[in-house]
Design a protein around this ligand. Structure first.
Ligand code: PLP
Length: 460
C-alpha cells in the first residue's frame, strides 16, 4: 500500500485525528457511545481489498467501504479519469439547457446496461435522493395523467431506502424510531423473511401470505391512491433478507394488475454484487418501471446516483405544458460521471460481474459453513451480499439481549484479527469488494469462525 500524501495541516497521529474528529457528527452511529476515547476507527489509506487504520493495522475491507467499493480501492483507471476530467471541465450542471459529454455518455451507458426500456436517466448524488426522486417523478407522472390521488407508496418492514425525509419514511419504521419523517405517504408490507417469519409454513405458502398481504393493503388503501411499490431485490441494511422463491414476479404482477409502478432499489444489488450489472431481470426475472442505483455505479470513488426510468414514464413527464421541477446542483457532476464511466469500463474489461458470479458463490458457501456454530442462527444472502444472524438458542431462534450488542462484539474481535465487518444489532454484514481472491475469501471465513467462537466462549 502506498504512503498517503497528507498535507501537513491534516492530523497525523490517531490522537490528533480523533481530537479533530470530535467535531465530526458521524452518520448512523450511537453518538453517545462514540464519546468514548478510541471508539472510532480512522482509516487512512486503502489499496485493493485492504485498508489501513491510523495505528498502522492492515485490515481486509469486508464491507467494501459501505457496500460500494466494488472494483476495489486505489484503481488508477478511475482516479486518472477523475483527474483528467477535472482538468478539462471541473464543473457544469445538467440544469436548464445545459449538459456535458461525460454525463451524456454515462446516461447512454446506463440505458444500454439497464434491462428493457429503462432508457432515461436522471442523476443525483445519493441513493436516498435517487429514491426520493423516483417517487416525486411518479407523483408528477400521475398528476399529468389526470390521476392526482395516486400518491401513496408501498414499502416493506425491513427495507432500507435512505435518510432523506421521504426515503427514511420508506425505510423500515424500526430505523426511524424517535425521529420524525414524512408521515402518511408510506405503508409497510410484511417483511419477506421466511426463516424468521415463515413459522410452520412451506416457502410457497409464505409467498402466498406475502402476496395476500399486499393485495389486502392495496384493496384497503384503494389502488387509485397508490403510486408505487418500492423494494430492494435483496434487502440490505435491514439484515440481508432474500425473499422467497417466486416472490418478486408475483409482486410485479400485482403492481401491473392495479396500475402501481414498481421501483427496484438496486443501490446495493447492481454493478456486480450478485454477479450481474443489474439484478432485477438477470436474477429475479422482473422488469421494473424505475431502477435506482448509487454506490457501485462509481464503486464509491465519487458520489453519484441515478433514477433510471422507462421511456413510457419519461414520455409523460416530458410532455407539453409543464417543467420538470426536480434536480440537484451536482447531479451528473463531471468528476462523478467520469468515475462512473471508468468504473463500468473497468468492470467490462475485467469481467468483474461475471467473475463475481463465480467467486461470490465461493464467498457465500464459505460463510454458510459458519452455520454449524452454536450461536449462528442463519447465514443468508447471495454472492457478495451476506448477513450472519446470531441467536442465543438455535432451536427457538431466541435472540440475545440487545444490550449485549452481539454483532458489535463479533465485529470488534474480527477487526482485531484483521477484518472489517459491519455490526447491525444481532446481525453481522459482509459486503466486500468483488475482487477478493479465493485465498482472501478463505482468510475471511477463518477470521469469522475464530471471532464468533471466541465471543461465544466468552459470553457471560
Ligand atoms: N438504498 C439502499 C438499498 C441502500 O443500501 C442505501 C444505503 O445504504 C440507500 C438506498 C441510500 O443510499 P445513500 O446512503 O447513498 O443515500
Amino acid at each position: 500500500m502506498e504512503e498517503m500524501h497528507m498535507s501537513s495541516t491534516l492530523p497525523q497521529t490517531t490522537d490528533d485525528i480523533l481530537a479533530a474528529d470530535a467535531h465530526l457528527v458521524q452518520s448512523w452511529a450511537d453518538l453517545n457511545g462514540l464519546k468514548e476515547p478510541h471508539a472510532r476507527t480512522a482509516i487512512v489509506a486503502a489499496k485493493g481489498v485492504m485498508v489501513r487504520d491510523s495505528n498502522g493495522h492492515e485490515l481486509i475491507d469486508g464491507i467494501g467501504g459501505l457496500w460500494c467499493v466494488n472494483v476495489g480501492h486505489g484503481r488508477h483507471e478511475i482516479i486518472d479519469a477523475i483527474s483528467n476530467q477535472l482538468s478539462t471541465l471541473d464543473f457544469y450542471s445538467t440544469f436548464y439547457t445545459f449538459t456535458h459529454p461525460t454525463a451524456a455518455a454515462l446516461a447512454r451507458k446506463l440505458a444500454e446496461l439497464a434491462p428493457g426500456n429503462l432508457n432515461r436517466v436522471h442523476f443525483s448524488t445519493s441513493g436516498s435522493d435517487a429514491n426520493d426522486g423516483a417517487v416525486r417523478i411518479l407523483h408528477h407522472y400521475y398528476e399529468r395523467l389526470g390521476k392526482p390521488s395516486k400518491k401513496l407508496v408501498l414499502s416493506r418492514h425491513g427495507a432500507y431506502h435512505g435518510s432523506t425525509y421521504l426515503s427514511i419514511a420508506m425505510t423500515t419504521p424500526a430505523y426511524s424510531k424517535g425521529w420524525s419523517k414524512a408521515e402518511g405517504i408510506v405503508h409497510h408490507l410484511k417483511k419477506p423473511h421466511y426463516w424468521r417469519e415463515g413459522a410452520n409454513m412451506t416457502e410457497a405458502e409464505f409467498t402466498d401470505l406475502l402476496v395476500a398481504d399486499m393485495r389486502h393493503e392495496i384493496e384497503r388503501l384503494g389502488s387509485e391512491n397508490i403510486a408505487c411499490f418500492i423494494g430492494e431485490p435483496i434487502m440490505g441494511a435491514g439484515g440481508v433478507i432474500v425473499p422467497p422463491k417466486g416472490y418478486h414476479k408475483r409482486i410485479q404482477a400485482l403492481c401491473r394488475e392495479y396500475d402501481i409502478k414498481f421501483i427496484a432499489d438496486e443501490v446495493v444489488t447492481a454493478f456486480g454484487r450478485l454477479g450481474h450489472f443489474f439484478a432485477s431481470k438477470a436474477v429475479f426475472d422482473t422488469q421494473p418501471d424505475i431502477i435506482t442505483v448509487a454506490k457501485g455505479v462509481t464503486s464509491g470513488y465519487q458520489p453519484l446516483a441515478a433514477t433510471i426510468m422507462t421511456d413510457e414514464i419519461y414520455d409523460v413527464v416530458s410532455g407539453p405544458d409543464g417543467v420538470f421541477t426536480h434536480g440537484m446542483t451536482y447531479a451528473g457532476h463531471p468528476a462523478a460521471a467520469a468515475a462512473g464511466l471508468a468504473n463500468i469500463a473497468l468492470m467490462e474489461a475485467e469481467q468483474i460481474p461475471e467473475r463475481a458470479g463465480v467467486t461470490g458463490k465461493i464467498f457465500e458457501n464459505t460463510l454458510r459453513t459458519l452455520e454449524d456454530i452454536d450461536i449462528v442462527g442463519e447465514v443468508r444472502g447471495s454472492h457478495f451480499m451476506m448477513g450472519i444472524e446470531f441467536v442465543r438458542d438455535k432451536a427457538s431462534k431466541t435472540l440475545f439481549d440487545t444490550k449485549l450488542n452481539i454483532g458489535m462484539l463479533v465485529a470488534r474481535k474480527a477487526q482485531e484479527k484483521g477484518l472489517v465487518a459491519r455490526p447491525l444489532g444481532h446481525i453481522l454484514i459482509l459486503s466486500p469488494p468483488l475482487t477478493l481472491s479465493e485465498e482472501q475469501i478463505a482468510k475471511i471465513g477463518g477470521i469469522l469462525r475464530e471471532s464468533i467462537t471466541e465471543v461465544m466462549n466468552e459470553l457471560p
